[in-house]
Design a protein around this ligand. Structure first.
Ligand SMILES: Cc1cc2nc3c(=O)[nH]c(=O)nc-3n(C[C@H](O)[C@H](O)[C@H](O)COP(=O)(O)OP(=O)(O)OC[C@H]3O[C@@H](n4cnc5c(N)ncnc54)[C@H](O)[C@@H]3O)c2cc1C
Ligand code: SF4
Length: 330
């Protein structure tokens, strides 16, 4: 499949991105291109302008200081995130999540900013133009009036399947967004997501993700991300779970748990966290937290994977990720 015709634009700095996005209404940003270029080939998006942002070296930096925490430029590749020494040592869940995306080729190109900004997917939407042409109406996500997957549904039920967002939520990350006026705002990564499959994040057409920041975890913190996919590589998660736990004297001081691939966005499981916080960590307590995760999630069926199986899977992944996070807490 060939790319559709478009005009190529190049940004040399963040200011350029803002002015190019403002000037050219039907423009898209291309970072690693591993998500957007296949979508253009399938004619899911047919932008008039493509803005290459990969020449901006300032956004390819990983900075870490004990006091300042971790700052990841949005153009840092997933491969670099997964191999960075401070990320591996202090933000293990993020290193694991980045290292499990797709394949080494895709991780060498794909960026952390692109990973948090990908859209939800479904078996109708993510097909070729020729395939969709056989269905004369468009679905909600393509601006139409129906859903082809869940017939009769009044809303889009496509699945968000990015790997790094649950790890970033568990680690308490914040996102710096530059808006169309050039103003920067910093928001909790949880607020970056709408939980609506039709448009999973809050980004407007002229917004750009500049940086992701994560505070240094306190002493006694461990984190873990676990993913189950149908294939070992080049596959989105069937489900993924991340936990970040701070332990002192055998007691849980703090816990953050989030999951992916269950709905229209990554979901934080506060009910499971509440079971852990303030209590002595035991296998029984972790089982109870996993039960709470099972109760909370209402996943969508997904190809040949039933709702029942997915809920069970989330329970197992949450339990194991908490256990491994506790084992790493030093
Ligand atoms: C075969 C295959 C397997 C895959 N498997 C996985 C997987 O297992 N797990 C997973 O999470 N993903 C997977 N992906 C999706 C994708 O490769 C990754 O999510 C990757 O991190 C996307 O980053 P990118 O830089 O290539 O994004 P791009 O393709 O450049 O962009 C993706 C989207 O984000 C927007 N965007 C990019 N950067 C910014 C920014 N800084 N600010 C605002 N908007 C921005 C773009 O406009 C576009 O809409 C897979 C893709 C393929 C083709
Ligand atoms: S789930 Fe969403 S993207 Fe898929 S067909 Fe239904 S409306 Fe379209």
């Amino acid at each position: 499949m060939r790319l559709p015709k478009f005009e190529y634009l190049e940004a040399k700095n963040v200011k350029d991105i803002t002015s190019l996005l403002k000037k050219n209404k039907e423009a898209v940003i291309v970072a690693g291109g591993t998500d957007i270029l296949p979508k253009m080939k399938q004619r899911i998006v047919t932008p008039k302008f493509v803005i290459n942002v990969t020449k901006i070296e300032d956004l390819k930096k990983i900075e870490f200081g004990e006091k300042k925490g971790l700052a990841l430029g949005s153009l840092v590749t997933l491969d670099a995130v997964s191999k960075s020494k401070p990320v591996v040592e202090k933000f293990t869940a993020l290193a694991q999540a980045s290292g499990r995306v797709a394949s080494s080729q895709i991780r060498n190109m794909g960026t952390i900013g692109g990973n948090i900004s990908i859209e939800s997917m479904c078996m109708y939407y993510n097909q070729s133009h020729e395939w969709r042409k056989g269905r004369p109406h468009l679905c909600f996500k393509l601006g139409g009036d129906r859903c082809f997957v869940a017939k009769g549904s009044k809303e889009c039920l496509a699945l968000f399947q990015a790997d790094t967002p649950p790890a970033l939520i568990a680690l308490g990350a914040k996102v710096t967004i530059v808006d169309g006026t050039g103003k920067e705002k910093v928001i909790d990564i949880e607020k970056f997501y709408t939980q609506k499959s039709k448009k999973v994040n809050i980004l407007k057409a002229t917004d750009f993700v500049k940086q992701i920041q994560i505070p240094t975890p306190p002493k006694g913190t461990g984190s873990c991300y676990l993913k189950m996919a149908q294939r070992e590589a080049i596959d989105y998660p069937v489900a993924g779970a991340a936990a970040c736990v701070t332990v002192s004297g055998g007691k849980c001081k703090n816990a953050r748990i989030a999951v992916t691939a269950i709905g229209g966005g990554p979901l934080r499981l506060k009910n499971a966290e509440e079971i852990l916080i303030g209590n002595t960590i035991t296998d029984e307590l972790i089982e109870k937290a996993a039960d709470a995760a099972y109760e909370k999630v209402r996943p969508m069926p997904h190809f040949n994977i039933s709702v029942w199986y997915k809920r069970k899977l989330i329970r197992v992944l949450v339990k194991r990720s908490i256990k491994q996070a506790c084992n790493k807490a030093v």
